[in-house]
Design a binder for this molecule. Sequence first.
Ligand SMILES: *Cc1c(COP(=O)(O)O)cnc(C)c1O
Length: 414
Amino acid sequence: MTDARAIPYGRQWIDEDDIAAVVRCLRDPNLTQGPRIAEFEAGLAAATGARFATVVSSGTAALHLAALAATVGPGDVVITSPISFAATANAMAYCGARVAFCDVDPRTGLMDIGSLAELAAKLARSGHPPKAIVPVDFAGQAVDRARVREIAERFGARVIEDCAHSLGARYTVDGVEHAAASCSHAEFAILSFHPVKHITTGEGGAVLTNDPARAQTARDLRSHGIIRDPTRLERPQSDPMRGGWYQEQQALGYNYRLTDMQCALGSSQLRKLPRFLERRRALSARYDLALSEGGMRERIEPLSCEHPDRHARHLYVVQVRRQRDEPLASVAQRRRSLYEALAARGIQTQVHYVPIPEHPFWRGASRAPSGPWPGAEAFYAASLSLPLFPAMSDDDADRVMAALRTSMEDSCGA
Ligand SMILES: *Cc1c(COP(=O)(O)O)cnc(C)c1O
């Protein structure tokens, strides 16, 4: 957009101290694989409560390594949500797995737990119980961890939490509060540091786990599967053919490393996470209030959220209200008109997400039998993500609400 006053749906917040942190790194001997990697990893472990954090080049790479460390492989079936970014499913297909999609609750966009249990049972009956379940904390609200865990245990599946939206979110199980990505109810969790997410490293991501062996696997695969630690070599350096230079490739790994420069930025951003979250929650509360007013609440409603203080507020999604017996196509038409009317007023919204199994690629071989997804269809037809990022001012938020009000009058009818 060229309009200087246009408001995007999401954007990073970079301060002078973030820039200074990266510049300091540029003057150091290490541009990659220096001390800032371990520092950022320690910060992430502290922020989430998980024991081990392994930073990688993207959230997608994190999903890939978590799936490999969970021993997802050819012939396996993995269950995830149709309402997520394509990478959630793609990373499972990288491992040769087929993906089965359970349905979502149309009021939250989160995995429908009943549908998850049913799909897992159906797959088990067909001889392919799920190898892994990948719940997605859509928009920043934690999925019901205890129930996902219970289903995973029933079928012997691993849990890989996609926490790309939920850094800073919390949830309770039996009255005890846990942080999203703490891996309290999962073998793995992943984070993304793409610029629209809570904190950024440009591109970047992390695999979190409480298991030292799994953390080591993720770490090894991050850098080609090559081992340098003399104590872990299969063949000793004492042999005359080997020496201090000797390193050993023990598995097929990747170059998924994050650079020292990016970790410098990551640690600097992570220190601001509490402030970023507070701002995201304050803006969301401002939206909630405006949407509860007459004229708005009859036409549009925010996603259902039981605990605003535990929500990480990555996205603020509203839904066009469906009239009694209204066909989905008509809801979708009103949503599109709203998207266009807002764009004409300089408010860039987005739709999260086109259901993954609707993409042409996912109609093909990588999919395991699953569906239909009436919840995901209804969710997709009605949803629109409004601008939400910590650098937005209260005035920006009020401008979004004013534009929404007039756009609805233009496009939604009474
Ligand atoms: C952003 C995102 C990813 C992928 O992260 P990248 O860092 O962009 O690779 C995965 N899952 C979800 C839900 C995301 O929003």
